[in-house]
Design a protein around this ligand. Structure first.
Ligand code: SF4
Ligand code: SF4
Length: 284
């Protein structure tokens, strides 16, 4: 099996391959929980999917502006053409945020080499500068001394683009993070879930340790000592709402509607919660 969202990771198979032990845990989990069989559309391609849908009623709060977790620490994919073109068309804004062009000029690269690197290199900067001169993910930037944000996302917002464009220009794994998708070897079937106490043994990393999907963690004094202002308890909402627009454009409307229907029918979310709008994706 493969971690589907990481199939295009610059480090290849060592990242996306699911170990036998984890595969066993995943199959065991999906044989025990209630599942929804549906279809998702990712980057224009249809896939059959089995969804651990109750996990989408877990509470989430993507308070990225007040987060200190390094979730943009490394490059998650070999970037798609659409991302490269977006950067080249908005190079000043990209450099203003990331400083990448200035850093490469200071390191002795010529303008033509830098442009060529954005067009061709896996991480859009020369290989030897990845996570060295260009620390963290190539596209990340620090708006202050605390948080790390995504320049692609911020550039979209500056240009007044909506959720659909943001999802198109950012790597899919970033839009969906930390939702996990695991596929059969031949990609004939996908298994979709969310990190929580039950799935954390087989999802790609121990993502449950992150504040956006773990409200309990954020209420501890240890967390509050580090982060006194973010992740307020009453700002957590069911994940299917917290990521409403993102899920619609990443996985398709059919997926969103069917998950919502099931959760409503089982009283895992309530009709009044359907009015909650996703805030994070359009937050500036
Ligand atoms: S996605 Fe989660 S871990 Fe990453 S910056 Fe946002 S709140 Fe923090
Ligand atoms: S969200 Fe943006 S900055 Fe963060 S890992 Fe993805 S591409 Fe990089």
């Amino acid at each position: 099996m493969k971690y589907f969202l990481f199939l295009n990771h610059p480090k290849g198979e060592e990242v996306y391959r699911v170990s036998e032990e984890r595969e066993e845990m995943l199959r065991e989990h999906f044989s025990r929980v209630n599942i929804l069989e549906t279809e998702v559309i990712m980057r224009g391609k249809r896939y059959k999917a089995i969804v651990d849908y109750t996990a989408f009623s877990n509470l989430a709060n993507f308070d990225c502006f007040r987060c200190q977790d390094p979730c943009c620490a490394d490059n998650p994919v070999i970037y798609e053409k659409v991302t490269r073109e977006f950067i080249l068309n908005n190079i000043e804004s990209y450099n203003e945020k990331t400083k990448n062009i200035d850093i490469l000029l200071e390191s002795g690269y010529e303008v033509e080499e830098i442009v060529e690197s954005i067009k061709k290199d896996s991480c859009m900067v020369p290989e030897e500068t990845v996570e060295n001169e260009i620390s963290l993910c190539t596209c990340s930037f620090k708006p202050n001394n605390e948080s790390v944000l995504c320049s692609l996302h911020s550039m979209c917002l500056e240009k007044g683009l909506g959720a659909k464009d943001i999802v198109e220009k950012k790597p899919l794994v970033c839009s969906l993070w930390p939702i996990d998708i695991i596929s059969e070897e031949d990609e004939s079937l996908l298994y979709i879930t969310v990190p929580d106490d039950f799935t954390t043994g087989f999802t790609i990393e121990d993502y449950y340790d992150t504040p956006c999907v773990n409200r309990e963690l954020t209420q501890s004094s240890k967390f509050r000592r580090k982060n006194p202002k973010g992740f307020l308890e009453d700002e957590y909402v069911p994940l299917i709402m917290a990521y409403g627009e993102t899920l619609k454009y990443s996985l398709g409307e059919k997926f969103c509607n069917e998950v919502k229907e099931r959760l409503l029918a089982e009283n895992l979310i309530f009709a009044e919660e359907l009015d909650i709008e996703e805030k994070q994706i359009l937050k500036k």
